[in-house]
Ligand binder design. Structure first.
Ligand code: HXC
Ligand code: NAP
Length: 280
């Protein structure tokens, strides 16, 4: 264990999309560090299975509830349900939707799907928690998982790049507006950290996974524990003066060649693009 086991003791943290992938890894680590965790997502069984698995593994407490973060009414209902028992001390905006696609073929619904989850979902969650903390005069802490192409842009993931840029702008804006009232907001920009959800939509060929590693200065993908250590550090009082910051954890990937998915065009034929569009 990198940190003392009580680093997050007394904290109650909501992780959106915490049933899978990076969100689940963060939940596991935060439980090991003494936090109580709430996870949400659209699939109840995924949430129930993750909650049972993590409680069994760590002995901590995990609450779960379905919520589509694109729907402001569902977000409010979730936050009311959580606060009825006890307030949150922190929020991780982790839920996302994304896929690689040729931008000229994107339908309005495809654009809305990604912007709705990432941009609107993060805004509804952050504003919902923020207004409750401010009304109570309580401290709060928001960490959003973004990407390096939030500031570089990237081909083939344009709605995601637009949405993550918006979440970064929200983070920096509210850090100033709310910093003096006890709420801090930060972001993490990960490079490639393999997960089933991201890889099936964004890295559909083994040679693309290999290319990700080859183009990284460190010649490897990230390890989940590296990211979860950073998340724990940023959510802890040990670094209570970090506010409005985005911390990159990508092995130096974006400095080597900006635009994380710019390279995928050379791996994809017209037939490959069509197959991805129609895959369900
Ligand atoms: C073109 C696509 C498409 C694709 C979906 N659409 N996939 N268009 N290429 N590959 C279009 C559909 O045709 C539809 O438009 C519209 O998008 C909505 O699709 P639905 O399947 O109806 O939406 P929904 O069930 O709400 O699913 C949302 C989703 C899906 C975003 C499309 O992928 C999802 O549920 N994702 C959640 C998990 C996820 O994305 N994880 C990865 C995060 S990784 P039409 O007009 O046809 O109806 C990440 C980091 C990246 O963000 C960095 C990694 C290194
Ligand atoms: P993932 O496993 O697919 O996680 C996405 C989660 O979001 C799922 O649990 C999903 O659950 C939830 N979600 C999606 N739409 C939702 C909605 N409308 N309402 C509520 N929850 C929703 O992918 P991941 O790789 O762990 O990604 C996690 C975060 O890391 C994302 O913000 C992603 O952009 C970021 N990131 C990942 C990488 C990487 O290399 N993996 C790199 C950079 C940034 P349901 O489907 O059940 O709703």
């Amino acid at each position: 264990m990198t940190f003392s086991k009580d680093l997050l003791a007394g904290q109650r943290i909501l992780i959106t999309g915490g049933g899978t992938g990076i969100g689940k890894s963060i939940a596991r680590h935060f439980l090991q560090l003494g936090a109580e965790i709430v996870i949400c997502g659209r699939r109840e069984q995924v949430l129930a299975d993750t909650a049972a698995e993590l409680m069994g593994e760590t002995g901590g407490r995990v609450l779960f509830k379905t919520c589509d973060v694109r729907d402001a009414a569902q977000v409010e209902a979730l936050l009311d349900w959580i606060w009825a028992e006890a307030p949150l001390t922190g929020l991780i905006n982790n839920a996302a939707g994304n896929f690689i696609a040729q931008s000229e073929g994107l339908s309005p619904r495809a654009v809305d799907a990604v912007l709705g989850i990432v941009l609107h979902g993060s805004a509804y969650m952050t504003l919902g928690c923020g207004k409750r903390w401010l009304a109570a005069g309580a401290r709060g802490n928001v960490l959003s998982i973004i990407t390096t192409y939030a500031w570089t842009g990237s081909a083939y993931v344009v709605p995601s790049a637009m949405a993550k840029a918006g979440v970064l702008a929200m983070t920096r804006s509210l850090a100033v507006e709310w910093g003096g009232r006890g709420i801090r907001l930060n972001a993490i920009a990960p490079g490639p950290f393999p997960t089933a959800g991201a890889w099936e939509r964004l890295v559909p060929k083994p040679e693309m996974a290999a290319a990700f590693e080859a183009k990284n200065p460190m010649r490897r993908a990230g390890r989940h524990e590296e990211l979860t250590n950073l998340a724990a550090f940023l959510m802890s009082d040990a670094v209570g003066y970090i506010n409005g910051e985005v911390v990159t954890i990508d092995g130096g990937e974006w400095l080597q060649g900006a635009g994380q998915f710019n390279f995928v065009g050379e791996h994809m034929s017209d037939a490959d693009w069509q197959a991805l569009r129609t895959r369900k």
